[in-house]
Design a protein around this ligand. Structure first.
Ligand SMILES: *[C@@H]1O[C@H](CO)[C@@H](O)[C@H](O)[C@H]1NC(C)=O
Ligand SMILES: *[C@@H]1O[C@H](CO)[C@@H](O)[C@H](O)[C@H]1NC(C)=O
Ligand SMILES: *[C@@H]1O[C@H](CO)[C@@H](O)[C@H](O)[C@H]1NC(C)=O
Length: 645
């Protein structure tokens, strides 16, 4: 689970002590130089040697064996994947043509068109075919000693099951699908174990996409409905199996991507992705950009390109965006659990936000520079106030919500509850924000179950304010107390119908201009806060069984209980600013268009309501620019979009 990964991201940053090395592996996409692929036509790479060798699928397969020289001189034939153009692996590795060894990342494709998982369970559809069991054996015998597979630099992809579902349905002697797919799964993970024992220890699993929505489905026995059921059953078993494998093999790195949800989302909202045809296909058309299907059962180059981007996005995000801002998603079990309600970002129409200045949306009825509505001195408002309150264009949540309705309680800080003084007497601490919503908002603004998301982002002020507080002897205890208040508020919100939560943790404020030069222990301090937060999110999820996943869950799923990424090594916005269009990450600018700046700073006058007079000018240096918020929204939205169907 990405969340599991994030969990480990968090824990790894808690201390700078050496990481335990025996059962941890590190995944860093930037370090991956070798990609091995097993599976079917969705992954197959066309090779010049494939005609009589191992990588060409649509031509005759003559020989199972090859020499090291044949392997190294085999060239990728461009634009000849099952998409008619390139496939997702080529986009991921940027290996489109020529010798894999000369690509930015090497792709070694053992996947074979038409293949099933285990030749012992199903015969090959073509006598030239190589079942996945044969692919692994072929790699083992002829490839594993020749091709490099250094730990940390090697990723192995597994995408299989389409043909197993097809051939199972078409095979009249197979009557018990459940039992058959169980056996198939046994074979699948035996192959994964063989690969792992021989050095491939970082795996990416993909679920079977909804081929039942292609025209091909009409030709399968039972038609699209039976096909769909078989695919869902396969995927349920795959997800369970991946989870088990992850648990059983803590020394390996397991990633997975819900290709089924990804495809379904595009097929349900083709326009959003630039498609205007999801039914027909046109193999020979020059321009297939608008088509989802390239032929009867294979998606176009355009789909593969989007897929690669969706997979790579989180890889990069893991290293970058999330290393800075880790959104932790605790949502309803998506497609994983039987009977679980489904989360779909596309259904979300209401977003409620609690937290601090990073989330606050300026409202016409709010306190200038601080709130959407009301303040701590006069928290009350009428339904009329609320419904006529308007957003003053400023920042943040709008990137996530665009056309969605935003109900916004973002304000300042949690600290009042536990002895930290408020920044200002008008500041509404988080706990009171929730109480305010319950009292004045909950009966006014709708929050239907499946259409509502609540965001929680708090702790920046708490960690900043307490950083140098010598009177707090034990911060673990201190944060525990604070978290109890926090989650009592979350519970209160839940009991009033806010049931789908997005938690974000505290970003590295020690790198803001205000802290640079003298951050003290802020980094460790924030890491401790984040790890205590993570524990409480997990507890919250556990105590809401059936509502939240046991661990905060997010899809695409990065199921890897064992991966630790040291965020300090990870290239992030701040470490690789140019990649994200930033030219300045240490200074700030108060200009109207802070292009290139990571940090935004504003000078504003503080209005103290009790006095209704100008009080002081403040220079705010701890806030990122709009561009950062945009990137964050993209990263969060990518995750939200890929959760559920
Ligand atoms: C593949 O086809 C596209 C579209 O026709 C073309 O732009 C691209 O250059 C081709 N790729 C290679 C490596 O030949
Ligand atoms: C049908 O399935 C059985 C059981 O796995 C297998 O032995 C047989 O070869 C299959 N037949 C075809 C035509 O796939
Ligand atoms: C899809 O869009 C293309 C380009 O805009 C257009 O030529 C084509 O007719 C459209 N197809 C459909 C089915 O609307």
């Amino acid at each position: 689970m990405l969340s599991a990964l994030i969990f480990l991201l968090l824990s790894s940053t808690v201390s700078s002590a050496p990481l335990p090395s025996s059962n941890t592996a590190s995944f860093d996409w930037n370090k991956i130089n070798y990609v091995y692929a097993f599976g079917d036509s969705y992954s197959f790479i066309p090779g010049t040697f494939g005609e009589s060798g191992f990588r060409q699928v649509f031509k005759t397969f003559h020989r199972f064996s090859f020499t090291p020289r044949q392997l190294y001189t085999d060239e990728i034939i461009p634009n000849r994947s099952s998409s008619g153009g390139s496939n997702w692996l080529q986009y991921l590795t940027e290996c489109f043509v020529g010798l894999p060894a000369e690509c930015p990342r090497q792709i070694w494709g053992f996947a074979h068109g038409g293949s099933d998982i285990d030749g012992a369970l199903l015969p090959t559809a073509h006598d030239t075919g190589l079942q996945m069991s044969d692919q692994v054996r072929q790699w083992l015998e002829y490839g594993s000693y020749v091709l490099p597979k250094p730990a940390g630099q090697t990723l192995t992809t597994w995408w299989a099951g389409i043909n197993d579902c097809t051939h199972m349905l078409n095979n009249e002697t197979i009557t018990d699908h459940d039992a058959f797919l169980d056996k198939t799964m046994e074979s699948y993970f035996r192959l994964v174990s063989v690969a792992a024992r021989n050095g491939l220890k970082t795996h990416l699993f993909l679920t079977v996409p909804p081929v039942d929505r292609s025209q091909f489905a009409e030709t399968v026995r039972g038609g699209p409905q039976a096909y769909k059921e078989a695919i869902n059953l396969f995927n349920d078993k795959l997800v369970a199996r991946v989870a088990k494998y992850t648990k059983d093999n803590p020394e390996q790195t397991i990633l997975s991507f819900n290709a089924a949800a990804f495809f379904t989302n595009i097929l349900d909202h083709p326009q959003q992705f630039g498609f205007n045809d999801t039914k027909d296909f046109c193999s020979d058309c020059e321009d297939q950009e608008a088509f989802f299907w390239h032929n009867v059962e294979h998606p176009t180059d355009h789909v593969h390109r989007l897929l690669a981007k969706a997979i790579e996005g989180p890889f990069i995000a893991m290293n970058c965006i999330l290393a800075i801002l880790y959104p932790i998603l605790c949502t309803l079990l998506a497609s994983l659990a039987v009977n679980a309600r489904r989360f779909s970002w596309n259904n979300i129409k209401y977003v409620y936000a609690f937290g601090d200045s990073y989330s606050f949306v300026q409202g016409t009825k709010g306190h200038a520079n601080f709130s959407f509505i009301g303040d701590n001195l006069s928290p009350e408002f009428t339904p009329q106030d609320l419904l006529t309150n308007q957003i003053i264009p400023r920042n943040v949540s709008k990137f996530l919500t665009k056309k969605k309705e935003v109900a916004e309680w973002g304000r300042q800080a949690l600290r009042a509850q536990i002895g930290l003084p408020l920044h200002h007497d008008f500041t509404i601490p988080l706990v009171d924000q929730v109480a305010q919503w319950v009292t004045y908002g909950s009966t006014v603004i709708p929050h239907p179950q499946d259409q509502t998301l609540t965001t929680w982002w708090i702790g920046i002020n708490d960690t900043g304010d307490s950083n140098r507080n010598a009177s707090i002897a034990n911060f673990t205890t201190f944060w525990e107390t604070e978290m109890r208040s926090y989650f009592k508020a979350v519970d209160l919100a839940s009991s009033h119908g806010l049931n789908t939560h997005l938690f974000l943790n505290v970003p590295p404020e020690e790198r803001s201009p205000g802290s640079l030069g003298d951050p003290g222990q802020l980094k460790d301090h924030i890491n401790l806060f984040n790890s205590v937060l993570e524990n409480h999110i997990t507890q919250f999820a556990n105590s809401h069984p059936g509502k939240c996943s046991p661990k905060p869950l997010s899809l695409p799923q990065y199921i890897q209980d064992d991966v630790i990424i040291n965020a300090t090594d990870a290239p992030c916005f701040l470490d690789n600013p140019a990649e994200f269009g930033f030219s300045d990450v240490t200074g700030f600018c108060t200009c109207a268009d802070p292009a290139g700046y990571f940090w935004y700073t504003e000078m504003h006058t503080l209005i103290i309501p009790s006095r209704r007079a100008l009080d002081e000018l403040i220079l705010d240096t701890g806030h990122p620019t709009q561009r950062v918020h945009q990137l964050l929204a993209e990263a969060v939205k990518d995750q939200l979009l890929s959760v559920g169907d």
